[in-house]
Ligand binder design. Structure first.
Ligand code: ATP
Ligand code: MG
Ligand code: ZN
Length: 387
């Protein structure tokens, strides 16, 4: 049997199945129930968050033998063909490749023919921002007054590049990047169905790395399963993401908290020699300290901490042992390094400087302490008598 990548295998097939896009799902479902489906939609939003999936679901909802319905059956010939992407009346067009004026004119001419099998003909135009102005102009007239059996869905990651004349003829939906919880939950479901054991903490790290993109998350999971034999672990994932292993980050922070700059710099060297990019490592350090701050502020069980998906016994211990002001200062210094890095300062130099500064904070704390004691001493000594 041929292998199908997870991201395709688990494409959502019903409105309720699309994670994190409830507003769009609900509005479309309402439009179908009330018979007010627009003739042209624009789906905009980041990559891999469900635009094409939603377009296909809408297609099924309209074309299904039971339809129009908000719950397409999934088994009639229309539903099956749409799921496979082979329905003759539901045309998926990649505007990146199909953008000559002739192509578009031909398409516009075709719209006047009746659909061959379904009760409508739907054009799903992906990467719509790639259409040239001339191509759009060839389409505008049909878009203005499409024949009753014709519908358009334009999908784009760059809505601001779509002409205003087009925008004004479409009903627009902005798809959002998907939340960490939603992505983690979906990954968990996939692992159960695939019967691969992956710890939830790892799934959260994948979800974080995917930064809101469901397809990216599923692709990382796919790769993780492929590279690891049997049970994927943190080291496999770190290797895959080009990030340092969790324990390496903990070692670095441990040295910093113990005011051991040399140890921290050594551990940084090791991580970089192991293939971690300095910028990625800096980001991980920031995350770790941020995790400490959150644990200190809200407790280890708080949703904010869980959302970050980084809690380990090591991090919790660091949070306990480090005064909050110091953790805050660490975070500020690290963010400063990150900004310097964006301005092109040598990343390794930046990391080394950060280590020295952060390790020095312990001393500074002592200094703070000293000043406070001096102040206390001063206020308790009686003021000298006035002359
Ligand atoms: N909201 C979502 N809920 C569940 N799975 C999703 C969601 N978004 C994306 N996916 C997963 O990612 C895959 C790709 O999604 P889809 O093709 O709908 O993304 P897209 O928004 O059209 O992306 P692109 O801008 O790259 O075309 C799907 O097959 C599915 O596995
Ligand atoms: Mg798409
Ligand atoms: Zn059906």
């Amino acid at each position: 049997m041929s292998y199908q990548v997870l991201a395709r295998k688990y494409r959502p097939t019903a409105f309720a199945d699309v994670a994190g896009q409830e507003v769009v799902s609900r509005t479309l479902a309402n439009a179908i129930s009330s018979g007010r489906v627009a003739q042209a939609y624009l789906f905009s939003g980041p990559r891999g968050v469900g635009k094409t999936s939603m377009a296909r679901i809408l297609a099924k909802a309209l074309a299904c033998d039971q339809g129009p319905t908000t719950e397409p059956c999934g088994v009639c010939r229309h539903c099956v063909m749409i799921n496979q992407g082979s329905h003759p009346d539901i045309l998926e067009i990649d505007a990146a490749r199909f953008n000559s004026v002739d192509d578009v004119r031909q398409l516009a001419d075709q719209t006047s023919f009746a659909p061959s099998q379904a009760r409508l003909r739907l054009y799903i135009m992906d990467e719509a921002h790639m259409l040239s102005t001339a191509a759009w102009n060839a389409l505008l007239k049909v878009l203005e007054e499409p024949p009753p059996h014709v519908r358009f869905i334009f999908a784009t990651t760059e809505a601001d590049k779509v002409l205003p004349t087009v925008l004004s003829r479409c009903q627009r939906f902005d798809f959002r990047s998907i939340g960490l919880e939603d992505i983690t939950a979906r990954l968990k479901e996939i692992c159960i169905r695939e019967e691969v054991p992956v710890e939830e903490a790892l799934l959260r790290r994948i979800a974080r790395a995917a930064a809101g993109g469901m397809r990216d998350a599923q692709t990382i999971l796919d790769q993780l399963i492929a590279v690891s034999e049997g049970k994927p672990d943190g080291a496999d994932l770190a290797l895959l993401l080009g990030s340092a292993r969790g324990e390496d980050v903990e070692t670095i922070v441990g040295h910093l908290l113990a005011s051991q700059a040399a140890g921290a710099i050594d551990a940084v060297e090791n991580a970089i020699a192991g293939g971690t990019a300095a910028a990625v490592l800096l980001e991980q350090l920031i995350d770790h300290v941020r995790g400490m701050l959150l644990v200190q502020a809200c407790g280890a069980q708080a949703p904010a901490v869980r959302r970050l998906g980084l809690l380990t016994p090591g991090l919790e211990a660091h949070a306990k042992s480090c005064p909050p002001e110091r953790a805050l200062r660490m975070c500020q210094l690290l963010i400063g390094s990150q900004q310097a890095l964006r301005q092109g300062v040598d990343p390794r130099l930046q990391l080394e400087l950060a280590c020295v500064r952060l390790a020095g904070l312990g001393q500074l704390n002592n200094l703070d302490d000293l000043i406070r004691r001096l102040e206390r001493l001063e206020s308790s000594t009686p003021a000298p008598p006035r002359p």
